[in-house]
Design a protein around this ligand. Structure first.
Ligand code: MN
Length: 156
Protein backbone atom coordinates (compact mmCIF):
# COMPACT_ATOMS: atom_id res chain seq x y z
CA UNK A 1 0.00 0.00 0.00
CA UNK A 2 1.19 3.43 -0.76
CA UNK A 3 0.21 7.05 -0.53
CA UNK A 4 2.63 8.03 -3.30
CA UNK A 5 -0.05 9.07 -5.77
CA UNK A 6 -1.94 10.97 -3.06
CA UNK A 7 1.21 12.90 -2.14
CA UNK A 8 2.35 13.49 -5.71
CA UNK A 9 -0.92 15.23 -6.53
CA UNK A 10 -0.78 17.68 -3.65
CA UNK A 11 1.37 20.56 -2.45
CA UNK A 12 1.15 20.37 1.34
CA UNK A 13 2.54 23.88 1.72
CA UNK A 14 -0.64 25.11 0.01
CA UNK A 15 -3.45 22.72 0.93
CA UNK A 16 -4.69 22.02 4.44
CA UNK A 17 -5.18 18.34 3.66
CA UNK A 18 -3.12 15.91 5.80
CA UNK A 19 0.12 14.56 4.42
CA UNK A 20 -0.70 11.34 6.18
CA UNK A 21 1.02 8.20 7.19
CA UNK A 22 0.20 4.57 6.64
CA UNK A 23 -1.20 3.16 9.83
CA UNK A 24 -0.81 -0.35 11.01
CA UNK A 25 -4.42 -1.38 11.15
CA UNK A 26 -3.88 -5.10 11.10
CA UNK A 27 -6.52 -7.16 12.82
CA UNK A 28 -8.84 -4.30 13.56
CA UNK A 29 -12.35 -5.62 13.34
CA UNK A 30 -14.18 -2.31 13.40
CA UNK A 31 -12.82 0.07 10.82
CA UNK A 32 -13.79 3.59 9.87
CA UNK A 33 -15.50 4.92 6.82
CA UNK A 34 -16.32 8.42 5.70
CA UNK A 35 -18.21 10.05 2.87
CA UNK A 36 -17.08 13.55 2.00
CA UNK A 37 -19.23 15.83 -0.12
CA UNK A 38 -16.73 17.45 -2.44
CA UNK A 39 -17.76 20.54 -4.37
CA UNK A 40 -14.97 20.59 -6.93
CA UNK A 41 -15.28 21.17 -10.68
CA UNK A 42 -18.09 18.63 -10.47
CA UNK A 43 -19.96 17.91 -7.27
CA UNK A 44 -19.35 14.35 -6.09
CA UNK A 45 -19.26 12.26 -2.95
CA UNK A 46 -16.02 10.55 -1.91
CA UNK A 47 -16.59 7.22 -0.21
CA UNK A 48 -13.55 6.09 1.78
CA UNK A 49 -13.12 2.76 3.55
CA UNK A 50 -10.29 1.89 5.93
CA UNK A 51 -8.53 -1.08 4.34
CA UNK A 52 -4.90 -2.10 4.87
CA UNK A 53 -3.99 1.03 6.83
CA UNK A 54 -5.21 3.55 4.26
CA UNK A 55 -8.55 4.88 3.08
CA UNK A 56 -9.49 3.14 -0.15
CA UNK A 57 -11.45 5.77 -2.06
CA UNK A 58 -14.17 6.06 -4.67
CA UNK A 59 -15.78 9.16 -6.18
CA UNK A 60 -19.53 8.67 -6.45
CA UNK A 61 -20.92 11.36 -8.78
CA UNK A 62 -24.58 10.88 -7.83
CA UNK A 63 -23.95 10.07 -4.18
CA UNK A 64 -24.23 6.77 -2.31
CA UNK A 65 -27.62 5.03 -2.45
CA UNK A 66 -29.52 5.04 0.84
CA UNK A 67 -31.92 2.23 0.00
CA UNK A 68 -31.90 -1.01 -1.94
CA UNK A 69 -32.62 -1.06 -5.66
CA UNK A 70 -30.34 1.83 -6.66
CA UNK A 71 -26.96 1.21 -8.27
CA UNK A 72 -24.44 4.02 -8.45
CA UNK A 73 -21.22 4.37 -10.37
CA UNK A 74 -18.20 4.68 -8.07
CA UNK A 75 -14.87 5.56 -9.64
CA UNK A 76 -11.88 4.42 -7.62
CA UNK A 77 -9.37 7.16 -6.87
CA UNK A 78 -6.03 7.20 -5.10
CA UNK A 79 -5.66 5.85 -1.56
CA UNK A 80 -5.92 8.54 1.10
CA UNK A 81 -4.34 8.58 4.58
CA UNK A 82 -6.53 7.55 7.52
CA UNK A 83 -6.38 11.10 8.94
CA UNK A 84 -8.23 12.29 5.87
CA UNK A 85 -11.44 10.98 7.43
CA UNK A 86 -11.45 14.09 9.66
CA UNK A 87 -10.71 16.57 6.90
CA UNK A 88 -13.18 19.30 6.09
CA UNK A 89 -12.43 22.63 4.56
CA UNK A 90 -11.41 24.44 1.46
CA UNK A 91 -8.79 23.17 -0.97
CA UNK A 92 -7.32 26.32 -2.51
CA UNK A 93 -7.83 27.30 -6.11
CA UNK A 94 -5.16 25.86 -8.37
CA UNK A 95 -4.58 22.86 -6.10
CA UNK A 96 -5.66 19.31 -6.87
CA UNK A 97 -9.35 18.88 -6.04
CA UNK A 98 -9.84 22.62 -5.45
CA UNK A 99 -13.17 23.34 -3.80
CA UNK A 100 -14.91 22.57 -0.55
CA UNK A 101 -14.98 19.31 1.35
CA UNK A 102 -17.53 18.53 4.04
CA UNK A 103 -18.16 15.32 5.93
CA UNK A 104 -21.51 13.97 4.71
CA UNK A 105 -21.46 10.75 6.70
CA UNK A 106 -19.03 8.93 8.95
CA UNK A 107 -19.01 5.78 11.01
CA UNK A 108 -17.56 2.33 11.36
CA UNK A 109 -17.89 -0.84 9.38
CA UNK A 110 -17.26 -4.53 9.56
CA UNK A 111 -15.84 -6.12 6.45
CA UNK A 112 -17.60 -9.21 5.16
CA UNK A 113 -15.51 -9.70 2.03
CA UNK A 114 -12.60 -7.77 0.55
CA UNK A 115 -10.92 -8.79 -2.65
CA UNK A 116 -9.66 -7.11 -5.81
CA UNK A 117 -13.01 -7.09 -7.59
CA UNK A 118 -15.58 -7.24 -4.83
CA UNK A 119 -16.03 -5.62 -1.44
CA UNK A 120 -18.88 -6.27 0.96
CA UNK A 121 -19.13 -4.15 4.10
CA UNK A 122 -21.64 -3.65 6.86
CA UNK A 123 -21.73 0.07 7.48
CA UNK A 124 -22.73 1.69 10.72
CA UNK A 125 -23.10 5.35 9.83
CA UNK A 126 -25.70 8.04 10.25
CA UNK A 127 -26.96 8.05 6.67
CA UNK A 128 -25.37 4.89 5.31
CA UNK A 129 -26.43 1.94 7.35
CA UNK A 130 -26.47 -1.71 6.44
CA UNK A 131 -24.87 -4.00 3.93
CA UNK A 132 -23.18 -2.39 0.94
CA UNK A 133 -21.56 -4.04 -2.03
CA UNK A 134 -18.92 -2.69 -4.39
CA UNK A 135 -18.34 -4.64 -7.60
CA UNK A 136 -15.56 -3.81 -10.03
CA UNK A 137 -16.73 -3.38 -13.62
CA UNK A 138 -14.89 -4.73 -16.60
CA UNK A 139 -13.85 -2.02 -19.09
CA UNK A 140 -16.45 -1.49 -21.82
CA UNK A 141 -16.81 0.91 -24.78
CA UNK A 142 -19.09 3.06 -22.63
CA UNK A 143 -17.02 2.90 -19.46
CA UNK A 144 -13.36 2.70 -20.25
CA UNK A 145 -10.64 2.11 -17.71
CA UNK A 146 -10.03 -0.11 -14.74
CA UNK A 147 -11.41 2.12 -12.01
CA UNK A 148 -15.16 1.79 -12.41
CA UNK A 149 -17.18 0.05 -9.75
CA UNK A 150 -20.87 -0.28 -8.93
CA UNK A 151 -22.03 0.64 -5.45
CA UNK A 152 -25.32 -0.59 -4.08
CA UNK A 153 -27.07 -1.53 -0.88
CA UNK A 154 -28.26 -5.09 -0.42
CA UNK A 155 -29.27 -6.92 2.69
CA UNK A 156 -28.82 -10.67 2.52
MN1 MN B 1 -13.08 14.23 -4.45
Amino acid sequence: MTLEEYRRKRDFSKTGEPEGKIENAKDRVERIFVVQKHKATHLHYDLRLEIDGVLKSWAVPKGPPLREGIKRLAVQTEDHPIEYADFEGVIPEGEYGAGTVEIWDKGTFIAEEIDDNKIIVNLNGTKMNGRYILIKLKPSPRLKGENNWLLFKKEK
